[in-house]
Structures are given as C-alpha cells and as structure tokens.
Design a protein. Sequence first.
Length: 323
Amino acid sequence: MPFARLATATTPTCHIGLGLAAVGRPGYINLGREQDLPEGRSVDAMRRRTHELLDAAYAQGVRYFDVARSYGRSEEFLADWLNARPDTDDIVIGSKWGYTYTAGWTADAETHEVKDHSVQTYERQRAETADLLGDHLDLYQIHSVTPDSPALTDKELHAKLAEAAAQGTTIGFSTSGPAQADAIRAALAVTVDGEPLFRTVQSTYNALETSAAPALAEAHDAGLTVIVKEAMANGRLAAPHAPEVLKAVAAETSLGCDAVALALILRQPWAGVVLSGAATINQLASNLHAAVVDLDEDQLTRLAALVEDPQAYWGTRAGLPWH
C-alpha cells in the first residue's frame, strides 16, 4: 500500500495533502478565485503557480498530491514537476478517472466536465494518465461515485480494476452528493474473486457536511485509507465567507478560519489524509497550521452547530458559480 509511506512519515503535516483542482484549470467553483489566481490564467501562468505550490508543500512536509483527468492540466503540471524532481520517492500520487474535462481552458464554458463511468472511459483515461504520470501513479480512483453509479455493479469494469491492482496500482473511489454514505457502503461490498476491490475512499467532509462520517469510519475499520476532500466547503469556510462562529473560534486560536476547519477533520480517527485545495502560497501556509491547532470542548461544541442538512448543503454547492 503506497499510503504506508505516509504512515511512517514524522512531519506534522504528513496527514495533509495538496489537491490541484483549483489550479489545474482556469475555472472552478471555489469562492474568491478572482483574487487568488494569476491575471489571465494562461496555461503557463497556472503551470508556474502549480509548481510554486508543489515546491512549498513538499518543503513543508506534504507528501500526498491529488489530481484528476477532469482537473484540466493538473496531471500534466504535476508530471512536469515530478520529472524535474528525481528526489521525491517519498511522495504518494493519486488521480481519478470518470469525468472528462470539456471546458477548453475557459472559465465560462457551458459544460466544464462530463461524467461517464463506463469501461471504455476507464481504458481511455487510464492510458492518458499513464502517458503523463507513468510509474509515479500510486492510486487511481473512480471519480464521484453515487449510489446509482454503474461503477458499483459493472463486473467487467471491476475485473479491469482488479487487473490494475494486481499490477501494483491501488484502486479507490471518491464520492459526492447527499447520499455519500450509501455509496461508500455499496462500494465496500464490491469484491473480485472474494477480495475487496477498493482500498481507498475520498469523500467530502467538513464543518458543514458531516453525513458521511459513520460510513467513513466503517471504511477505515475495513482497512481502507480515507481521504477527505472539500474540507473548506469550496471556500465557504475560509475568510471572509466563513460563518461568524468559525471566525470567533479562529480568533481565539490566533490562526485562520481555514486552519481551524482543517483541524476539525484531522481530529477524526478515521481521517488518513485531509486535502488542502490552496490556490496561493499564503493559503497553503495557513492551511498547514491546522496540524498544530488545539481545540477545547467548548469550541468543538460551538463549531458542531454549523452542520447543515445534507440536501441543503449539496443544493448550495450546486448553485456555486464557476469562476
């Protein structure tokens, strides 16, 4: 298991990863991107920003990096950086397949990505990922599995994924939507030749959306590595958009709202890796302070009141504009 490399790491930030969704393409749904990204958002400018973030993250102990076929040029940017850094054998790389990027490097496309969990899409995207990341790829995940996803029942796909696992690639899945717990439990039941297929799960969990927690605990108990995405709720938990309660607790800790929001997740015993989605060096530095945040019971109680109904949370997320 590649995540054993993280388990033996001793840096305070070894359980924080860097996701490149926000910097691999010019448009995304994170709040505040107008101020965060280089003017013009050209391919070269976004490549430089990505490499700056990767350099800073690695220097500060981050060892897990997350990309996807649908994150624009994220795999390409990461591959360029890895190829220039032969001294990074301690890094774990995860990517995802199942969405095709369709925005053509614009932020105002009518459709930014198209979902398809078919065997044909897997084989095409696996070859595309291999061309870019080659032997650097440790983990390949089905992108955004929901309870009705054909990826949960397609035996031909399962056989293909098991073949990749036999060749050394860890196979996992990510989830999204208000029924994440149902998708996780269904995926835990998927086996090939009597053996569980999936070894990792990547799900949305944050101060506003906690509904997947019981299922994530079950996944952890079953031996899967749990990766947490959207820990900042697409910017809703970062200043200046953060709820007043979070701002107050952050002021008490003398750290940022983002550090407190990430620290809440790091406290969970099932959380193996929590992703930062930082788009700037300053955001990354602030995010990484989560490793030293210490919250007392009163603060935890106050923050617990932020939890939203899953349907309401995902409805709000669906309404966020692409910037």
